[in-house]
Ligand binder design. Structure first.
Ligand code: T3D
Length: 263
């Protein structure tokens, strides 16, 4: 367990579990938490870290209530939210997006503001039945940030994204599932077991193929059809040369489960 104050990070057998840990503030993103998140994601993404999947969740009754508004208020007239984003949010969100391993988020309660941006930055978002999503920004006169205007319309379409962003209303987990914002919704008491099982499956899977899938899903947002076919061919060339691909094919022929090593 690494030595952090506002988060915890456990790494076991290739699975990293990162827990936001300021439950009395609904895990709001303080300066300290953001700097610890950056350190954690760098540790996870470091060469030879051995981490093959990341699970992100929150402690207590919230996933993350977004920016720590007590800190925002304390900045008073000197506050420049744009500078805050560039200095203390973007480095973390960019490193998270650049990870070459699958990321799962387990949404245990409210995911609001930049906390919602974090929730939907994951490849697979799993929500507890009592959880909800909130584009809280507009309620305090701000615009969505930390990637929400990029990710949200791509996940749920522009009309629903605009409604969430402009109305600032709670979207319950079941609605989020219907809209395609989350992969699945489970009973609250099953959330962490289900999330760990899912993340463990990914940690034991063909890691380099997952890296290729992450990269292709990103490039498909902007590429033409022809460019994306080309990107698929490039990624497939790399994947087909991995030991895991050789193992997958051999396991199929020998009618046994594949034993992927992430190489
Ligand atoms: O400058 C920049 O940093 C730019 C970046 C901006 C990114 C953003 O994320 S902007 C959006 C910031 N987030 C919000 O506006 C959400 C604020 N919170 C809420 O609207 C509500 O707390 C919730 C809807 C999330 C939950 O409501 P509820 O009724 O379940 O809980 P609560 O009683 O409001 O909150 C519980 C405690 O957590 C409470 O403290 P207390 O009274 O028990 O001492 C509350 O003040 C605290 N808390 C909740 N959210 C935040 C927070 N403390 C600091 N920052 C928060 N965001």
């Amino acid at each position: 367990m690494a030595d952090f104050q506002s988060i915890t990070l456990e790494i076991e057998a290739g699975l990293a579990v990162l827990t936001l840990n300021r439950p009395d503030r609904l895990n709001a993103l303080s300066a300290q938490m953001k700097s610890e998140l950056l350190a954690a994601v760098r540790k996870i993404g470091a060469p030879y870290s051995g981490v093959r999947a990341l699970l992100i969740t929150g402690s207590g009754r919230g996933f993350c209530a977004g920016a720590d508004l007590a800190e925002s208020a304390a900045q008073g007239d000197l506050r420049d939210a744009g500078a805050n984003l560039i200095d203390s949010y973007h480095p973390f969100f960019l490193e998270l997006a650049a990870l070459e391993i699958p990321v799962v988020s387990a949404i245990n309660g409210v995911a609001a503001g930049a906390g919602m941006s974090l929730a939907i930055s994951a490849d697979l978002v799993l929500a507890a039945r009592s959880a909800y999503f909130l584009q809280a920004f507009v309620n305090i006169g701000l615009v969505p940030d930390a990637g929400s205007t990029f990710l949200l319309p791509r996940l749920i379409g522009t009309q629903r994204a605009r409604a969430m962003m402009m109305l600032g209303e709670k979207v319950p987990a079941e609605t989020a599932l219907e809209w395609g914002l989350v992969y699945d919704v489970v009973d609250d008491d099953k959330l962490m077991d289900t999330a760990r099982t899912l993340a463990r499956k990914l940690a034991n899977g063909p890691t380099r193929a997952y890296a290729g899938i992450r990269s292709l899903m990103k490039s498909s947002a902007d590429n033409s059809y022809a460019e994306q076919l080309q990107a698929e061919a490039g990624a497939q060339r790399l994947a087909s040369r991995t030991s895991d691909s050789a193992e997958g094919v051999m396991a199929f022929v020998q009618k046994r489960p594949a034993d992927f090593k992430g190489k």
